[in-house]
Design a protein around this ligand. Structure first.
Ligand code: CUA
Length: 339
């Protein structure tokens, strides 16, 4: 084998390995769209796989014919004659018109069937969640369970969930890649999505429709847990948070009520009852803050309270008075205590 050929082969193997590794990364990625964890996701994945294999078949046939044509009809050194010129071939033309039409029918049938299947009404025992897209966070309300929270959606594994999607501002789109497809969140119209998560875990959600400066920072988490843990979570959410115990947190509670936070946030069991901003009753128990963009650590909370717009451009959070470092520290201690 010539050196050139050997080099070409080595490059081919390298490219193949890179492609395979990239594929592994895509499958295990928390926002992977090809490793579903719900019935809704699998319904879409099945259609995707069927279309994928049709495409592989078409690719192989077309490329094989192309390669045969290139090698068989290439210019040969010994012959300088013009090859036979062919114009039109009725049988071939009929074949390549009918064959793609037949393939399209095979693709259309499962696609349409899936469209109707995923739009079917939710079963009676489904957990209903009202989801509201805000600029830029997500509000989650469970009307039958009496729970109001934000940015962290909890669902029990194995039980259907019906989310009703609302917006009072601009367009958003509700999307949890590992659970299934996107669904628009539109002012003046309620869209729905029904799914049953089959595998416990923490999955990432993302707004998938441009909705302003911080669209890319409008994320959320989906926590899928066993039914017992979910029931425990519901009980905790329904109850007010424990009163702050340590002095710093107590100081923070006073700051919260006097610094203007009360104008937008709700904390159960306190005079702060506004629902303009995210509900903070149990914010200390959430894994992330600022709608899924920062880990819930004292440093990040302080960073957020210090200057929300520096973390999330054009964030609507306004702090009416300039807070001292001391006040911010106390507020952080209070918010962290809201378990
Ligand atoms: Cu909300 Cu993009």
């Amino acid at each position: 084998m010539s050196i050139r050929r050997r080099r070409f082969l080595a490059l081919l193997v390298l490219a193949g390995t890179c492609a395979a590794l990239a594929g592994c990364e895509m499958v295990s990625h928390p926002r992977s769209t090809i490793s579903p964890v719900s019935d809704f996701g699998w319904a879409i994945q099945d259609v995707y796989e069927q279309i994928f294999w049709w495409c592989v078949g078409i690719f192989v046939v077309v490329e094989s014919v192309l390669l045969i044509a290139i090698f068989r009809f290439r210019v040969r050194e010994e012959s300088h004659e013009r090859p036979e010129q062919v114009h039109g071939h009725t049988k071939l033309e009929i074949a390549w018109t009918i064959l793609p039409a037949v393939i399209l029918v095979f693709i259309a049938v499962p696609t349409i069937r899936t469209i109707f299947a995923v739009a079917a009404p939710a079963p009676q025992d489904a957990i209903r969640v009202n989801v509201t897209g805000e600029q830029w966070f997500w509000r989650f309300e469970y009307p039958d369970l009496g729970v109001l929270t934000a940015n962290e959606l909890h669902v029990p594994v194995g039980r259907p969930v019906e989310v009703s999607l609302h917006s009072n501002n601009v367009l958003h789109a509700f999307w949890i890649p590992r659970v299934g497809g996107k669904r628009d969140v539109m002012p003046g119209r309620t869209n729905r999505q029904v799914f049953t998560v089959q595998k416990p875990g923490l999955y990432h959600g993302q707004c998938a429709e441009f909705c302003g400066a911080s669209h890319a920072l409008m994320r959320f988490d989906l926590v899928a847990e066993d039914p017992t843990s979910f029931d425990r979570w519901v009980e905790r959410q329904k109850a007010p948070p424990p009163a702050p115990v340590d002095a710093r947190a107590k100081e923070g509670a006073t700051t919260f009520l006097t610094a203007g936070c009360i104008a937008c946030h709700r904390i159960q069991g306190t005079p702060s009852q506004s629902t303009i901003g995210p509900d903070l009753s149990h914010v200390g128990s959430r894994a992330r803050i600022a709608s899924g963009i920062l880990d819930n650590t004292p440093e990040n909370l302080a960073r957020w309270i210090h200057d929300p717009q520096a973390v999330k451009p054009e964030a609507k959070m306004i702090i009416p008075k300039k807070l001292s470092e001391n006040e911010i520290e106390a507020l952080v201690a209070y918010l962290q205590s809201l378990q």
